[in-house]
Every structure is written in C-alpha cells, then in structure tokens.
Design a protein around this ligand. Structure first.
Ligand code: AVI
Length: 321
C-alpha cells in the first residue's frame, strides 16, 4: 500500500508538469492569448489566494462561511446518517470544519485534490481534530473521473464543493463537471455547492481589484511560476493586472496586460506581445439562483434547497442526483 501511495503522486506530478508547458505554449500561441486559471495554484499562488479570502473586498469566502454557520443544522439534517462527505478540493478551509462539526453522523470524509502532499498534511490535521472521523484523502484531479475508496462502495455519498470554484469553469464545463460528479457519487447522492451571485458592479469590481493589490500579485504570480518552472523570462514589471465585469457573459475577466511591445521566451519558444495586448488568465462566472438551478438540472441534478445571505450576494445549493 505504501508503494502505491508514493507512486501515484509522482506519476501525477510528471503528467502535470507536461500538461503545464503544453497548455502555456498553446495558450500563448492562441489569439487572443490565454492561460488556464488552474495554473494559479502553485504553493505561492495558493498562499496568495488564502490572503485574498481574508481581504475586506473579497466577500465570497466571508459570506459563504456565514451562510454555512447560520444553516449548519439544517444542512446536516439533509445529509443521510452514515454518509461519506466527498469534498472537491483539499478541505483546508474553515468551511469544511463547519460541516464536519454539524454533521456528526458522517462515516467518512474524503477530500479529493491533485496536490497530494498538501492533501495528506491537511488530512492528518483533520484526523487529530476529528478523532472518530475516517479521513480518506484521494489524490486525483477532480475535474476528471476518479475512483472513491472501495470501502465506501455501499455508503451514501455527499458531494461538497464550496467557494464558487464552479464559477471558474466555462458553463458547459461546469455542467460537465456536475455530470461527472453525479457519476462518481452515484444515484441518490446529495451535492452541497456554493455559487457566487450577480450583484452590483462596484462590489464585484472591488472584490477583484483590492486596494492592497493582493489579487494583482496573485495574477502576476502566474508569470513568476512560468519563469520558475518553465525557464521563462517574463519581466513582471512590464505586465499589469486587469479585472472587470463583463455583463453580457456574467463574468469577471482577469487579464495580464503587456505595458510595452516585447518578446518573451519560455522553454525555448518565443512569444511577441504588442503594447496593451493581454493574456486572459481567468473567468469567474456569476449566476442567479435560477440560472444555476437550470445548469444543475441540465446536468442531471434536482435542486432541493437553496440558502442565500440577506443581501443575496452568495448562494448555497443542495442538489440531489
Ligand atoms: C477560486 N475562485 C472561486 C476565485 C474566484 O473568485 O473566482 C479565484 C479568484 N480569482 C481572483 N480572486 C479570486
């Protein structure tokens, strides 16, 4: 078992490195230039994202935590006793603990994440905090099909996907993810999912253009990561952060704007930038309660309950498969 556990992350890491260089080269050869937002999250990027979640302007984390705290008992009541809670992501957040504390009759907690080492560390911490809970981490890319531990074959499953991470998927991919999650979790499974809502543009704009420039550093870290891991020579001072709300698409777009005409080399390839040309680095889709419910239905889930905060800024949905 020890060998299997060690071999899996190593193979996954090699594949991930190859996919990173392939995606970056293809993305910078495309017009307009783009890089998938999943590459934000190396160690430095994950720490910067942690910092973002604590910013006064970045309401999603705070508001969702409030919804979970206020409705923890009602949420727990919707989860069948003896179920396994399968979190899409590493479960390092305070939100996981709110659910684990309220749903005391869970048989297991299964965080699923690609970052194997961090996942195992977080699992160990949770085992100490919840000694009677069976914590069974799965090192896998949760956007693809993965196997749940065999011991859970006959146990009802609950999916947990907080943080509005679903908003970073293109809507067809969000539906695809939900469909796949439905297959992994099985018929009759429950899904608890956080979804950020459309709101006044000033609040949306501020959340992605914070005064302390943490989001700018988070965005620019992508270029620093390419320099570190792919032998790139991006000059970070000659790119700047841009984020804005696109009404038509109901999404925040993040870009890195080239301040000058320049040539950048990465892994032996060169890329030319015109002054003002951008790399599109992220979309963060915002939904209405109804537009998200329609997406969930299209992906085979039945919406049974939704909570929002009193301002209607964030929603927490319960879906049944
Ligand atoms: C992880 N995800 C939900 C964040 C969001 O709000 O779309 C990522 C983020 N990008 C900039 N700030 C936060």
């Amino acid at each position: 078992a020890t060998t299997a556990r060690k071999a899996r992350p190593a193979a996954t890491e090699d594949e991930a490195a190859l996919e990173f260089v392939t995606d970056v080269v293809a993305g910078l050869e495309a017009k307009p230039k783009r890089i998938p937002s999943k590459y934000f999250y190396d160690t430095a990027g994950s720490l910067l994202f942690e910092e973002i979640t604590q910013l006064p302007e970045y309401y999603p984390t705070r508001v969702e935590r409030g919804i979970l705290t206020e409705n923890a008992e009602a949420i727990a009541a919707l989860l069948p006793a003896g179920s396994a809670l399968v979190e899409f992501g590493n479960g390092s957040s305070a939100k996981t603990r709110i659910v684990l504390r309220a749903a005391s009759e869970l048989s297991a907690y299964v965080p699923v994440d690609i970052a194997a080492e961090f996942l195992e560390e977080q699992a160990e911490t949770l085992r100490h905090e919840f000694p009677s809970l069976n914590v069974l981490p799965v090192a896998a890319d949760f956007t693809r099909a993965f196997d749940l531990p065999a011991s859970l074959r006959t146990v009802p499953r609950i999916g947990f996907f907080p943080g509005s991470t679903i908003g970073n998927f293109e809507p067809p991919d969000a539906a695809g993810f939900l469909r796949l999650a439905g297959r992994s979790l099985g018929a009759g499974a429950v899904m608890v999912i956080g979804v950020d809502l459309i709101k006044n543009e000033a609040a949306l704009h501020a959340a992605y253009n914070d005064a302390a420039d943490v989001t700018a550093r988070f965005n620019l870290n992508l270029l620093a990561r390419i320099n570190r891991e792919l032998d790139g020579d991006f000059d970070l001072d000659s790119f700047e952060h841009r984020a804005f709300f696109d009404h038509e698409c109901s999404r925040i777009e993040m870009h890195l704007v080239s301040r000058a005409a320049q040539r950048v080399s990465i892994d032996g390839h060169s890329f030319d930038f015109a002054e003002g040309e951008t790399i599109h680095t992220e979309n963060s889709y915002k939904y209405t309660v109804e537009s998200f419910r329609a997406l969930a239905r299209e992906a085979g889930w039945q919406p049974i309950k939704v909570w929002t905060d009193s301002d209607g800024w964030f929603s927490l949905h319960v879906l049944v498969n």
